[in-house]
Ligand binder design. Structure first.
Ligand SMILES: Cc1cc2nc3c(=O)[nH]c(=O)nc-3n(C[C@H](O)[C@H](O)[C@H](O)COP(=O)(O)OP(=O)(O)OC[C@H]3O[C@@H](n4cnc5c(N)ncnc54)[C@H](O)[C@@H]3O)c2cc1C
Length: 314
């Protein structure tokens, strides 16, 4: 990607998150999304690790194929759930041997049916512990999760920030946030993180919304708030996917452009394996595929925001 600077920030840099497909049909959807977004020249793409570690092999296969066949730099998500340290270390080593150099290190959520998280016997206790373990395995680039609106298990915003600091001190070199809808929430969080001495990039996680009910459920589960204005914008559009997509593109691009105006230049998109809405938002931020399909970006990132189409059906 060549430089498309945000008004106050550095060169525009995007990353895209995918999940490993479960069926042939889902695999087709994933590869369509990867192929559509690849020309935008992401800094990296990442592949999630299913709750409870259920997608271990599928995550591995998807990561190595995206990097091997498509030539994109790929990050593998890895959690502490359901495995002993030695097993997790072996997974990491296998990634290293396959040329994967970036891990998104996470604690993970409790397995289905359990309310609270308990470390696996002999397993890594939490993300901090996992980051330290990965550092012993190899010189990975390590990203961790951050929560502008506090993780639901955390007793306070200060405790949550202290936890993020521990993850960075253990060796992580980037944080990616949980999704949020109010740009100020992220900007305030960033300011607070800097005051406690967290200086690594904290990349905003952007979730383009077109299925409002589904996103409300996601938000409830992870402690993100859904502003009343957002609910109002999607009101009455349950049976109108076309208008929903236009509204969704407008909402997400406005959110990103507010962040860009405040100097943010890195964005991580939760694509849910659909490309069009993410592509449209990147376009509005100023990113362009270079001739010949290689990475490229033009403009100064100040293009007019306008509703655009996408087929994301979050
Ligand atoms: C960008 C991103 C990607 C994700 N990808 C995946 C994925 O692929 N697969 C998946 O299963 N989940 C994923 N998740 C969800 C994540 O696993 C959950 O949010 C999980 O509940 C917490 O993981 P963590 O790594 O933030 O945990 P941790 O940083 O370990 O902390 C979790 C909570 O416990 C508290 N805590 C931890 N240690 C202490 C301590 N010593 N004292 C007090 N409090 C403590 C923290 O404050 C925090 O509130 C992702 C989340 C994000 C933001």
């Amino acid at each position: 990607m060549t430089a498309a600077a945000g008004p106050a920030g550095g060169p525009l840099k995007v990353s895209f998150e995918f999940f490993p497909p479960k069926s042939e049909k889902m695999a087709e959807q994933l590869w369509r999304a990867v192929d559509r977004l690849q020309p935008l020249g992401p800094a990296f793409v990442s592949v999630t690790y299913g709750a409870g570690g259920t997608t271990r092999q599928r995550t591995h296969d998807t990561v190595t194929r995206i990097q091997g066949d498509r030539g994109l730099t790929c990050a593998a998500h890895l959690t502490c759930v359901g495995a002993e340290r030695a097993e997790v270390d072996a997974i990491a080593r296998r990634y290293w041997q396959a040329g994967i150099r970036h891990i998104v290190a996470l604690r993970g959520d409790p397995p289905e049916g359990e309310d609270s998280y308990r470390p696996h016997p002999g397993g890594y206790e939490n993300a901090t512990d996992l980051v330290a373990g990965l550092r012993r395995v190899a010189e990975f680039d390590i990203s961790v999760a951050a929560y502008p609106e506090i993780h639901p298990d955390s007793p306070s915003s200060q405790a949550d920030l202290d936890n993020l600091k521990r993850k960075i001190d253990a060796g992580a070199n980037r944080a990616i946030t949980q999704f949020f809808f109010d740009a100020d929430t992220y900007l305030r969080f960033l300011e607070r993180a800097r005051t406690v001495g967290i200086w690594v990039p904290i990349v905003p996680g952007i979730l383009p919304v077109t299925n409002f009910d589904q996103v409300s459920r996601f938000a409830k589960a992870c402690g993100a708030s859904v502003p009343a204005w957002l609910a109002h914008l999607f009101e009455g559009l349950g049976d109108d996917p076309e208008t929903r997509r236009l509204v969704a593109a407008s909402v997400a691009s406005e959110q990103c452009r507010r962040l860009q105006a405040a100097g943010v230049s890195d964005f991580h998109f939760y694509t849910l394996n659909r490309a069009d809405l993410t592509y449209a938002i990147c376009h509005m931020l100023g990113l362009r595929p270079a001739a010949g399909g290689a990475a490229g970006a033009v403009g100064d990132g100040t293009a007019e925001a306008q509703p655009g189409g996408g087929n994301t059906d979050v």
